[in-house]
Design a binder for this molecule. Structure first.
Ligand code: ATP
Ligand code: MG
Length: 215
């Protein structure tokens, strides 16, 4: 008989984009849950370059955010980190992220973009929103404080978006930064190595007294 080469199984790649300033356990649980539910082979964390939605505040250096993401994901064999967004000139748009990853990983890869409920709400306002759904399947994960119902998704193509309930972790990077500034602990909100990295690099310093805080 004719020996037939088995078609290689397609690589199922989760894509977790974020500012990660700093990365916290909410991000890690979301990625882990989606990986399990969608039988992903890998989840790549992609720290953003210049977050155009966050121009109103000072964002930590890309290199610090990149290293924190590496530190937080290093122990998980299925987690990896990509520099595509921080190495690209200019603003970060998800459509560019997905195109770059698709080019880098080749045609045998299926992309699953993982996004919290708050980010999913903004999806239609993103540049290139129409093309996003051709590039990836979108997985919207629940986030405490952000109500999300099927009705919120009515503008989105049904076959391209899945809602997933994940264990509720009421953690945000904003809150972690505020805590560091106020000398409150962030132990157990972020991985131990991130607590230590923030201290070592002196990230999120308390504002000088007497100077108005313009955040
Ligand atoms: P910031 O407060 O600075 O906006 P953040 O905590 O929202 O930080 P981002 O880097 O903005 O973190 O988020 C990256 C992605 O992770 C987004 O899709 C966001 O919705 C999602 N995400 C962040 N925190 C959680 C959480 N606790 N539960 C579920 N999803 C989350
Ligand atoms: Mg956010």
């Amino acid at each position: 008989g004719e020996a037939r080469l088995q078609r290689p199984r397609r690589w199922r790649l989760g894509v977790m984009g974020g500012t990660f300033d700093p990365i916290h356990h909410g991000h890690l649980v979301a990625a882990s849950e989606v990986a399990a539910q969608f039988e992903l082979d890998e989840v790549v964390f992609v720290p953003t370059g210049v977050p155009w939605q966050k121009r109103h505040r000072q964002v930590s250096l890309a290199e610090d955010r990149y290293l924190m993401t590496v530190i937080a994901t290093a122990s998980n064999p299925r987690f990896s980190v990509s520099r595509v967004d921080i190495d690209r000139e200019g603003d970060t748009y998800t459509v560019d992220t997905l195109r770059d990853l698709r080019e880098e990983r080749g045609d045998n890869t299926d992309l699953f973009f993982i996004t919290g409920a708050d980010a999913l709400r903004q999806i239609l306002t993103w540049r290139g929103a129409e093309q996003l759904f051709d590039l990836a399947h979108f997985v919207g994960v629940t986030r405490p404080g952000v109500p999300m119902t099927k009705d919120d998704l009515r503008h989105l193509p049904e076959s391209s978006v899945t809602l997933l309930e994940v264990p509720a972790l009421a953690i945000s990077s904003t809150d972690c930064r505020d805590r560091v500034r106020a000398h409150q602990p962030i132990w157990y909100l972020v991985p131990d190595g991130i607590v230590q990295y923030i201290a070592k690099r002196g990230l999120y310093p308390a504002p000088m007294t007497g100077v108005p805080d313009d955040r």
